[in-house]
Ligand binder design. Structure first.
Ligand code: B12
Ligand code: SF4
Length: 564
């Protein structure tokens, strides 16, 4: 078996998570990953698929997931056996600042002459600082790096100059750092399919399933994603994937969309292999109603098998849900009102009225929606302690009015651990009432070494200081836990378990704060803590009904057989 030319590695957020005890709290409670954020960027799949199509063998290794699921997994022994032309490491999400840089340091120590390439939205923002680390040779900037990475790999393989590779930051022989212009900004995504043949073939080729699964629980809950776009038309204040960020950091003036017919084909191709839910990233109405109509029309023609999840960036009416229901027999909706308070929501950048949100929920549930998830956030502009608790009360009211068939699922979590780099809040914190404790990449890297999530938090607001953010998060979680129990969304036993977990976390944080103030001793003993997958709820609460990966095996094998 010939080895890959490029090995893409995904690091845990905190490299030493197996050695150090940390109270991660709720930082990953509303996503499928654990608090070490073992999910790799979906862009790994598009880069790998694109490179393979152009003759550059590429392997994805989810180092974070292997470290998490195989406690004895020896990273250095594993890496030392690889011998690619280059390694790629993502610094897409800033919470990987410590893990990605540490993994790169280890790679460099084992393979001093093999180039290490960084990329992702955080790497793009911090490219200048990143290039100062000795373990980083290249940063490929921007939101669409498939072609620039291909050109870089071609240059590395042939020994040609990299001076013409778009979007690239690189070090010359004299050690000088160069930043080529960020000019590769495709206006559509028609040449970038999400090829689900790739992971299936990769598992067979490299005989490793754990290394490519997106998150630890994926084999039981094989959710997949397809993307409608790169960029966003909206400007949520703390979002590092907003229009503001993409314009300033990725040189993107307009959102790039994937042709709706191709997107429908992507969904169909996923469902040929897997029967887990498919999450369509980006509101399908974002490019206009016509896009949504064409996508839904194609999906209807292709036939949609398993569950599909759509997200809404704003209220929707009955006519929309009728069309969705006609095209997708089993659909679910995600919507993020952020707060029950229209003022707070507006200050965050979403000017939606409560009445429109309620009408949206009603219209969806009356039109065959199987599940409607509502996401609320803590740490918003203009949001005080009482306002957070009022949001919990509002969920009680919504469940009373719309929760009859247990299809409405509210969630609440803090904006944590960091404010997204390049967001409006990050660039102009005072204007939005924020104080930032971390600005540079190095400051964020160090923050990740803190013993609790509250000490990691990179900000506080004029309305809630760091301690209050933690305190009200736990109060709100206790309240919502009770609301969910009252409405039968979780069992009494599950509610009791979450309650005791929250109380344990709070005691640990209080105890640590006491130790810090008395002895300056800011760490836990290893035996004190286990990595808790979720602090304020159960991961199961996020899941849409689905079949496990093993139930998809016959389908996968049949499709591979047919593909020859
Ligand atoms: C869908 C989504 C998710 C999905 C995950 C999808 C996935 N696996 O990628 C879910 C809901 C699970 C999620 C979770 C989180 N997310 Co999110 N997410 C998004 C969203 C809405 C779209 C992502 C997307 O489509 N990206 C498309 C393109 C841009 O990225 P990509 O294809 O993956 O990668 C391309 C480039 O980034 C680059 N690239 C990426 N990695 C690498 C590596 C190398 C070596 C190279 C060369 C290039 C490269 O090349 C790729 C291909 O061209 C964005 C917002 C946005 N508008 O982008 C937020 C966003 C990326 N998420 C964000 C955050 C903070 C998170 C969480 C940390 C939140 C939390 N605390 O729970 C977690 C982390 C999850 C984890 N690692 O386990 C922030 C990141 C800000 C930052 N700079 O840190 C964003 C920008 C906005 C936001 N606040 O939601 N997210
Ligand atoms: S949070 Fe707001 S700005 Fe960011 S990607 Fe979602 S809709 Fe766009």
């Amino acid at each position: 078996m010939s080895g890959p030319d490029l090995v893409l590695l995904h690091a845990p957020s905190n490299y030493d998570f197996r050695k150090r005890s940390v109270v991660y709290g709720p930082i990953s409670d509303v996503i499928p990953s654990s608090p070490i954020f073992e999910m790799y960027p979906i862009g790994f799949m598009s880069i790998a698929g694109y490179l393979e199509r152009h003759g550059v063998p590429t392997r994805i290794v989810n180092v974070a997931n292997r470290m998490l699921s195989e406690r004895g997994f020896d990273v250095e022994a594993f890496l030392s056996k690889l011998n690619p032309v280059a390694f790629g490491i993502d610094l897409h999400w800033l919470p990987h600042a410590q893990g990605s840089l540490e993994l790169a340091r280890i790679v460099k120590a084992l393979h001093p002459s093999t180039p290490v390439i960084f990329g992702g939205l955080s790497a793009t923002y911090f490219h200048q600082e990143l290039m100062q680390y000795p373990q980083v040779d290249f940063v490929v900037r921007g939101d669409s790096t498939e072609e620039p990475v291909l050109r870089l790999m071609m240059a590395l393989k042939s020994g040609a100059s990299v001076a013409e590779v778009p979007n690239l930051s690189w070090k010359g022989a004299d050690g000088d750092v160069h930043h080529n212009d960020l000019t590769w900004v495709p206006s559509d995504l028609d040449d970038i399919p999400l090829d689900y043949n790739y992971p299936v073939r990769s598992v067979i080729k490299y005989r490793s399933l754990r290394g490519i699964v997106p998150f630890s629980n994926w084999l039981d809950y094989p959710i997949t994603a397809v993307f409608t776009c790169r960029g966003c038309t909206l400007n949520c204040r703390s979002c590092g994937g907003s229009k503001y960020y993409f314009k300033r950091s990725c040189n993107r003036d307009e959102v790039a969309y994937r042709n709706p017919t191709m997107l429908a084909r992507d969904i169909h191709s996923v469902q040929r292999y897997l029967n887990g839910p498919v999450f369509i990233i980006g509101d399908i109405r974002q490019p206009g109603e016509d896009y949504a109509d064409r996508l839904l029309g194609s999906m209807k023609r292709n036939g949609v098998g398993g569950p599909v999840v759509i997200e809404l960036f704003g209220p929707a009416d009955e006519g929309f849900f009728k069309k969705v229901s006609a095209a997708i027999p089993n659909y679910n909706v995600q919507m993020s009102p952020e707060s029950h308070d229209e003022d707070v929501r507006g200050a965050f950048g979403k000017r939606w009225r409560n009445v429109d949100i309620e009408n949206t929920i009603k219209a969806a549930l009356e039109n065959n929606c199987q599940r409607f998830d509502l996401f609320y956030m803590i740490g918003l502009p203009k949001q005080g302690y009482g306002s957070v608790l009022d949001t919990v009360e509002e969920t009680r009211r919504l469940l009373r009015d719309f929760g009859g068939r247990n299809m409405l699922h509210p969630h609440i979590s803090p904006l944590s651990p960091f404010i997204d780099p390049g967001s409006q809040v990050f660039e102009r914190p005072e204007e939005y009432g924020y104080t930032l404790f971390c600005r540079t990449l190095e400051e964020h890297r160090r923050a990740l070494l803190a013993p609790t999530w509250t000490h990691m938090l990179s900000y506080e607001t004029q309305w809630l200081n760091r301690g209050e953010i933690a305190d009200v998060t736990y109060e709100a979680a206790l309240g919502l836990n009770q609301v969910k129990k009252e409405h039968g969304l979780i069992s009494a036993q599950a509610a009791a378990d979450v309650d005791s977990r929250i109380k344990r976390d709070r005691l640990l944080i209080e105890d640590l704060n006491r130790r810090i103030s008395r002895h300056g001793e800011a760490s836990f003993q290893q035996e004190e803590l286990d990595l808790c997958l979720a602090a304020t709820c159960f991961k199961k609460e996020l899941e849409w009904p689905s079949r496990s990966f093993l139930r998809s095996m016959p389908r996968i094998l049949w499709n591979l057989y047919q593909a020859g």
